[in-house]
Design a protein around this ligand. Structure first.
Ligand code: ZN
Length: 433
């Protein structure tokens, strides 16, 4: 299934458009692809001999494509500041390896000169297995480096139960989609709604699915399909997905935020995904915004999550007598506001204030320029988005707030799968974040 139209529109706003989705897949990845991945692994080690310079330039070229999207040889030469002849040598190797392909000629912007032919990832190379686990279900897909979904499936899984049994269920569910692509996958990305230690591939804590703690899914999947498997917290993978396929492309500093039961954040800073010590995710939702505030599930008081999570919204709807009470969502509040419901309008405005508090703190701390929102909030409409952006700007020092943007993610329900694939591509190609 193709990505949504909204995704493609979002990419169009940013720069070079992606081509229509290719439904077909080609032959198995060539040995050339493997050579590129081996070089990337070498480069990640950070020790370059003089003979590695060519590989380093190749990594810079791949990074430029990730950052800028489809790009011509001439523009790539300017972008990474190497001679055209060097670019041609690298590109020829990547074309022969099947990693890249040249798209049809585009009309030159100035109307004169030779029509440029954008280079972009080939649709049948660098295929990623993507697995997104949530409470009660698991989504699996095969996704290429263009972000095109070539196959997908969803299976129900036990919400509770022993860890080993859950592992077996998830491997079986994923295999039903991935098995047809065995031998052709570059790697497998696994995203979970959990605090992870990404370096050691451990799930440390998972409120929605407690039995994921202690999971052996990464080694089990790696063994089953003979490729590396990477584990990542869902919202951190969202950020990597935005960098590869969404609104974060070419943006050095941004945060993907998810507002649900909890508050999650994946922060990209100077082009790299921020991690805590040892690969821990940041716990933005548990930073204090009100010392005298509500008791949080973490045991602290006044965490941002106690004001920006669903629980606050629903409790407050009941307290204020907003119709719908416990079933309140930002989308329903926006609908009631549009129909003239002043109580709903007041609650939605207060919720926007609560979101803006934590987002403004991030601007003050890290000078972020873009927030990409995931979760239910993306259905609250353009008016709420614009108001939220204004509220964030109003809470920041003017010198920092000038170009701050708040956008809804265009990756929609596929953010977890695309994030999983982007995490694989990032690790395997040795590019940022
Ligand atoms: Zn807390």
């Amino acid at each position: 299934m193709a990505r949504t139209g909204r995704t493609l529109q979002a990419l169009d706003r940013r720069g070079p458009a992606t081509r229509p989705v290719s439904a077909g897949v080609g032959p198995p990845a060539s040995a050339g692809v493997g050579a590129v991945l081996d070089d990337a692994a070498t480069l990640r080690g950070g020790l370059l001999s003089s003979t590695d310079v060519g590989s380093a330039n190749r990594a810079r070229l791949l990074q430029a494509l990730v950052d800028d999207g489809p790009t011509s040889r001439a523009d790539l030469a300017r972008r990474i500041n190497v001679p055209r002849a060097t670019i041609s040598t690298i590109v020829t190797g990547l074309l022969e390896a099947g990693v890249l392909q040249e798209d049809p000629p585009q009309p030159p912007l100035d109307g004169i000169g030779k029509p440029p032919r954008p280079l972009w990832f080939a649709p049948d190379a660098l295929l990623c297995g993507a697995i997104s686990v949530s409470r009660g279900s698991v989504d699996t897909a095969v996704i290429n480096a263009r972000g095109e979904i070539l196959a997908r499936g969803r299976s129900q899984i036990s919400a509770d139960g022993a860890t080993g049994a859950l592992d077996d269920e998830i491997v079986a569910a994923a295999s039903s989609v991935l098995w047809a692509f065995r031998g052709r996958l570059t790697g497998i990305g696994l995203t979970v709604p959990a605090l992870c230690h990404t370096d050691s591939m451990q799930v440390l804590a998972c409120t929605p699915i407690p039995s994921l703690v202690g999971t052996r899914l990464p080694p089990l999947l790696s063994e089953a399909f003979g490729v590396p498997c990477v584990l990542e917290q869902d919202v951190r993978a969202f950020a990597v997905g935005e960098k590869w396929f969404g609104l974060g492309r070419g943006i050095p500093d941004f945060a993907a935020l998810q507002f649900g039961v909890g508050v999650g954040a994946g922060i990209v800073l100077t082009g790299h995904l921020m991690s805590g010590r040892g690969g821990h995710s940041v716990q933005l939702g548990h930073t204090c915004v009100d010392p005298d505030g509500i008791a949080c599930s973490c045991g602290l008081r006044g965490c941002w999550e106690t004001l920006a999570g669903h629980r606050w919204l629903r409790n407050e709807a009941v307290r204020r007598g907003v119709p719908g009470g416990r079933d309140t969502t930002p989308k329903r509040l926006a609908g009631r506001k549009a129909a003239g419901d002043e109580a709903a309008a007041g609650l939605l405005a207060a919720y926007g204030d609560n979101l803006a508090i934590g987002m403004a703190n991030l601007v003050q701390l890290l000078s972020l320029q873009l927030f990409i929102i995931h979760g239910d909030v993306v259905h609250a409409g353009e008016e709420f988005r614009a108001e939220l952006q204004s509220k964030v700007v109003a809470r920041c020092l003017p010198a920092l707030a000038g170009d701050v943007r708040v956008e809804y993610s265009a990756l929609d329900q596929d953010a977890g799968l695309l994030g999983a694939a982007a995490t694989v591509l990032t690790r395997r190609l040795g590019v940022a974040p």
